[in-house]
Write a protein that binds this ligand. Structure first.
Ligand SMILES: C[S@@+](CC[C@H](N)C(=O)[O-])C[C@H]1O[C@@H](n2cnc3c(N)ncnc32)[C@H](O)[C@@H]1O
Length: 268
C-alpha cells in the first residue's frame, strides 16, 4: 500500500519523508529529487565518501546518491524486514544502484549495530520521530563517525509549546512516535553538537501529504485487497483521516509552526 502511495520510480524509490517544493518542483518525484539534492549540498557530500543512512527506508536516498557519485559507498540501517526485502531485491537488479557493490544493508536496530570502519558522513531522514532517547542515539551515531565527519538529521519538528502528535497518531499511525521541538536536537549536544540548523516551512510537507493522498485514492483498485488486519473500509477511513489532517496541519499558520527541522552536527 505504501509503495504506490509514496511513488515507486526507477530512480526514486518509495520515500516516506518530506519532498522539497519551495524550489519549484511540479510533481512528487521532482520534490524528492530536489530534497535529496539539498541534503547533498548541506552535508557537502563528496565523491568517495563512505556514508551511513540510519533508517534508510526503501533505499531511496542511497540509490539516488550512488547514482550521482560513482565512488560513494553507502551502508543502510533499517529494522523493517519488509523494506529490507525490497532493498535485497534491488541489490540483485542490474538497473538499481543498490546492486553496484557499493551498498551494504544492515537489517536491525541502531542500538545493536556495530561497524568495523567509520563513516565520513551519516544521514538520517524522517527517523528521529521514532527515537525516544536523543542522547543515546547521538552517542551511538558519534561512535560510528570519523573525527572530522558530519551528521545530517532531518525530522518533523514543531515550533509551538504543544506538538501535533495525538492519541489518534499514537494509536493508529506512529506507535510511540513523537515530534521533537525545533530546539530539541541542539539542546542534546553531549556527543554530537549542532553547528547549523534549518527550518523547512510546513507547506513542503503539506504538499507532500496532498500528493500521497491523491496517490492513495488513485490506487484503490490495487490496495483495497491487501491484508491490513482490519476491515478495509475502516482502514481506509483511518488512513485518509491521517493524510487529510496532516495536509491541513503542516499548512496551518502559513507553515511557520509545524514543519521539518534539519541539523548539521559534528563531534562535540
Ligand atoms: C519514516 S521512515 C523514513 C525512511 C527513509 N529515511 C525515507 O526518507 O524514506 C523511518 C525509517 O526508520 C526505520 N527505523 C526506525 N527506527 C529504527 C531503529 N531504531 N533502527 C533502525 N531503523 C529504524 C524504519 O524502519 C523506517 O525505515
Amino acid at each position: 500500500m505504501l509503495n504506490p502511495m509514496l511513488g515507486d520510480g526507477k530512480l526514486i524509490y518509495p520515500k516516506y519523508s518530506m519532498g522539497l517544493w519551495e524550489k519549484g518542483a511540479t510533481n512528487l518525484e521532482q520534490s524528492q529529487i530536489q530534497m535529496i539534492d539539498d541534503v547533498i549540498d548541506k552535508l557537502e557530500i563528496q565523491d568517495g565518501d563512505n556514508i551511513l543512512d540510519f533508517g534508510c527506508g526503501w533505499g531511496c536516498v542511497p540509490n539516488y546518491i550512488l547514482a550521482k557519485f560513482p565512488n560513494v559507498k553507502f551502508t543502510g540501517i533499517n529494522l523493517s524486514h519488509y523494506q529490507c526485502e525490497y532493498m535485497r531485491h534491488k541489490m540483485q537488479d542490474p538497473e538499481s544502484y543498490l546492486s553496484s557493490g557499493r551498498f551494504t544493508l544492515y537489517e536491525g536496530d541502531l542500538n545493536d549495530a556495530q561497524f568495523e570502519t567509520k563513516f565520513d558522513k551519516i544521514l538520517s531522514i524522517g527517523v528521529f520521530c521514532h527515537v525516544g532517547n536523543l542522547t543515546k542515539a547521538f552517542q551511538k551515531l558519534a561512535s560510528f563517525l570519523k573525527d572530522q565527519g558530519r551528521v545530517f538529521i532531518h525530522i518533523i519538528t514543531v515550533r509551538t509549546p504543544n506538538n501535533i502528535s495525538s492519541v489518534f497518531t499514537h494509536q493508529y499511525i506512529f506507535t510511540h512516535g513523537s515530534f521533537w521541538k525545533y530546539d530539541a536536537v541542539p539542546s542534546h549536544n553531549k556527543d554530537l553538537k549542532t553547528i547549523e540548523k534549518w527550518y523547512l516551512n510546513g507547506s513542503n510537507y503539506s504538499k507532500t501529504f496532498a500528493n500521497w493522498l491523491k496517490n492513495f485514492d488513485d490506487s484503490q483498485a490495487t490496495v483495497k485487497d491487501l491484508d491490513y488486519g482490519i476491515d478495509y473500509a475502516k482502514f481506509r477511513r483511518i488512513w485518509r483521516f491521517y493524510l487529510i489532517w496532516f495536509v491541513a496541519n503542516f499548512a496551518s499558520c502559513d507553515g511557520e509552526y509545524n514543519g521539518n527541522g534539519q541539523y548539521l552536527m559534528v563531534h562535540a
